[in-house]
Design a protein around this ligand. Structure first.
Ligand SMILES: *Cc1c(COP(=O)(O)O)cnc(C)c1O
Ligand code: SF4
Length: 425
């Protein structure tokens, strides 16, 4: 807080907005309900009920995480794992399910509040190792949370070492998702077990694995402190790579210069820009969300102002139910066809293309998908300047459907669990 927040700019300072809840994050009615109960000095349980109702309204587990990502293995759901994309298994170590940062937009907020005992978490790696042995297609394990770097090294070691056995040689990439370089860089520099942590990273690499630190960076100010730079240097000296990712968030980083600066500074420090995400449809989304077309424009302007070394960055990307959807561009039919072509095309399609020839549309594609056949599928969506998430997109050119099915798929994997049932159970 001393390093990252400019207190003379509060409440508009981006990192202040990142970590301090704001009144406008709740809608006025929700705010009023809680305020009334607090003023009346109401019993704890009625307060808890109202809060629980608000939480359920905030879509705690978006994109089928609870119902579709938890794998069933030998007849039993493995609650500490998520397996959505063939190559990559997410692992949620029990001791890593809290965080130094507590971002106000956190899409894992439901993990932190003990929502009726539902938590993706595993206390050991027995299930994970068995599952990975049975799935030779899996090349990546992403250790996530919360923030796994909240753990002491002795604990982290307990979760990492079992992945290094020869039988799991197909797991060539071990990723750790963390914001600790920004939010607690001391973890890698001056804490008593910092050196031991770096030794552990070296052991992972010595076992012929790529160690990818998936660093969450929301703003370039996070890369300025000397201590953060020391952390980066020390991590890179182990042979690990640090990639950068974050969502685009109103009030925090909805500005092309901010993104260009994150990537430029990051590349200078040896980091690799990886994802620019769209804020997910959970929590205080109304406060944070940025229209897709605006997110794309921010991405485009930032991308246009950096060198190729920043351009591995993919975005703006939505982690939606069927997969990761990227906005690739905005065009009109007239941009790609002359009048004669539009007319011919139009005659063949009941006159529709001509009517829509000047309507801008979003070009989207899947960079990841539950169904690998969908990867790289391109589709066109009507450009509505207010749309902020995948499920609000409508097909362009007055088509009835997108060229991918999503409804049929929703039945799969955990048919007996609806989200509400999971929350109650
Ligand atoms: C993003 C994501 C991954 C990793 O995808 P990559 O494109 O390989 O980085 C894995 N699992 C889930 C559920 C994800 O959302
Ligand atoms: S760093 Fe990640 S897990 Fe931690 S609060 Fe922020 S978004 Fe959530």
């Amino acid at each position: 807080m001393e390093n990252l927040i400019d207190w003379s700019k509060v409440p508009n300072d981006p990192v202040f907005q990142l970590v301090f809840p704001q009144r406008e994050m709740l809608d006025p009615e929700q705010y009023h309900d809680v305020e009334t109960l607090l003023r009346k000095g109401h019993a704890q349980d009625s307060l808890a009920r109202v809060i629980q109702r608000i939480r359920l309204d905030l879509n705690p587990y978006p994109a089928g995480q609870l119902t579709h990502n938890v794998p069933i293995f030998e007849g039993r759901p493995l609650w500490g794992l998520q397996h959505k994309y063939r190559e990559t298994v997410l692992f949620f170590p029990f001791h890593g399910q809290s965080c130094h940062a507590y971002c106000t937009y956190c899409f894992r907020w439901a993990q932190f509040i003990n929502m009726e005992g539902v938590k993706f978490a595993s206390k050991d790696t027995v299930d994970l190792v068995a599952y990975l042995k049975a799935h030779p297609d899996v090349t990546d394990v992403l250790i996530t949370g919360g923030d796994p770097m909240i753990m002491r090294t002795t604990l982290l070691r307990k979760y990492l070492e079992p992945l290094l056995i020869p039988e799991l040689d197909h797991v060539q990439n071990i990723r750790i998702g963390t914001k600790a370089i920004a939010s607690w860089p001391y973890r890698f520099v001056s804490e008593p077990d910092a050196d031991d942590c770096l030794r552990l990273f070296e052991e992972v690499i010595a076992a012929n694995r790529h160690l990818a630190i998936m660093g969450h960076f929301s703003h370039p100010v996070e890369l300025e402190p000397e201590i953060a730079r020391a952390a980066i240097q020390r991590i890179r000296n182990t042979g690990a790579q640090i990639r950068m990712q974050a969502p685009i968030i109103r009030h925090v980083n909805d500005d092309p210069e901010v993104w260009a600066s994150i990537w430029r500074t990051g590349v200078r420090l040896g980091l690799i820009p990886y994802y620019m995400f769209v804020e997910r449809d959970t929590g205080a989304r109304n406060y944070f969300e940025v229209p897709l077309v605006r997110a794309y424009e921010i991405y485009r302007q930032a991308y246009a102002s950096v060198s190729g070394l920043s351009r591995p960055v993919q975005g703006p990307t939505m982690s939606a139910f069927p997969g990761k959807v990227r906005i690739m561009g905005v065009i009109t039919l007239r941009d790609i066809m002359d009048d004669r072509m539009i007319e011919t095309f139009s005659r063949a399609h009941g006159g529709v293309p001509a009517i829509h020839a000047d309507e801008p549309v979003l070009i989207c594609d899947f960079t990841q998908a539950r169904d690998p056949a969908l990867v790289k599928t391109v589709f066109f969506a009507a450009l509505d300047p207010h749309v902020t998430w995948f499920d609000q997109l409508r097909p362009a050119f007055a088509r009835e459907r997108f060229p991918f099915a999503d409804e049929g798929d929703r039945e799969r994997i955990l048919p007996s669990y609806s989200v509400t049932e999971c929350l109650l159970h």
